[in-house]
Design a protein around this ligand. Structure first.
Ligand SMILES: [Zn+2]
Length: 288
């Protein structure tokens, strides 16, 4: 079922209190959407489906036509409504107010405004504007403070406790992405996670903390991060690799590889990998 912002808040609060996390996995087509939802359904736990701002006609990552984007939006919503488990639809890394509004209009129940590269004051002002619009529509807002390195080309800036407190207070966001040593995409060197900082941030702010760049961490690193206060974990790159590798295997040595079986192999492998991570994160069923 597609839940509302209030119910989403309930799930996240429960996770925060009981120290487990919910994985945010990326859907870019129906197969990847199906992989996420069937994984959650087989385990009977809430699903968090994340998309990028594919509605944005100016985005380089936009792989949809305008019509395609509209249809995919409707497909995601319909599939989420049919699911027996609670589904959170989250719009990832949107740098603009317009992007967040597009997500709200599409029916997403959670959006991320990423103004972390701006000054604290500008970040607060833009996030607060998004919060006002989103809350009027019962949609939650994730903001970011500090900077998670990776595909943006910027270096990591660890989130400071004082600035996180100012940011959360000033903006009114419902979730806060923090930078504690992870990187988007692949790791060139061993990640150095600052568990102490996670614990300090949890202590200082009373909303769920989000970790970006979850791919490539060990089981122990996940467990320690969650124990110390991480509640939502963005996990994308390695799911793509798991699905992609299964497709390569399904094609290898086949003179006539069939489109449907090859795609299904990728979907199943992605599902199994997602399930494994839902279990590592300790995601629990929540009665709403
Ligand atoms: Zn991110």
């Amino acid at each position: 079922m597609l839940i509302n912002g209030r119910q989403e808040k309930q799930i996240l609060a429960k996770a925060r209190e009981d120290r487990w996390a919910i994985g945010a996995f990326n859907a870019f087509d129906l197969n990847s959407l199906e992989a996420i939802l069937t994984a959650a359904e087989e385990l009977g736990v809430p699903a968090l489906v994340q998309t990028w701002d594919f509605y944005n006609p100016d985005s380089e990552r936009n792989s949809f036509t305008e019509a395609g984007a509209r249809i995919f939006e409707k497909q995601i919503i319909l599939r989420a409504k049919e699911s027996p488990v609670p589904v959170i639809l989250h719009l990832d890394h949107t740098p603009s107010y317009a992007g967040c509004v597009r997500g709200i209009r599409a029916g997403w129940n959670s959006v991320m405004i990423d103004a972390s590269a701006k000054s604290l004051e500008e970040n607060i002002a833009l996030s607060a504007k998004v919060v006002e619009a989103a809350h009027a529509c019962d949609v939650l807002v994730e903001g970011e403070i500090g900077h998670v390195a990776g595909y943006s080309g910027l270096d990591t800036i660890y989130t400071g406790v004082d600035e996180a407190v100012s940011y959360v207070k000033g903006s009114g966001v419902d979730l806060c992405a923090v930078s504690v040593g992870t990187v988007h995409g692949f790791y060139a060197t061993e990640p150095k996670l600052n568990y102490e900082r996670i614990a300090e941030l949890r202590e200082a702010i009373d909303i769920p903390l989000v970790m970006h760049g979850g791919s490539g961490l060990s089981e122990e690193q996940f467990r320690k991060s969650i124990e110390n206060g991480i509640v939502k974990i963005n996990f994308a790159t390695y799911v793509q690799i798991a699905g992609g590798k299964a497709i390569v295997e399904a094609v290898q040595g086949k003179e006539r590889p069939m489109f449907n079986t090859v795609v299904k192999a990728g979907q199943d492998a992605a599902k199994d990998f997602i399930k494994m991570h839902m279990q590592i994160f300790g995601t629990q069923p929540v009665k709403l």
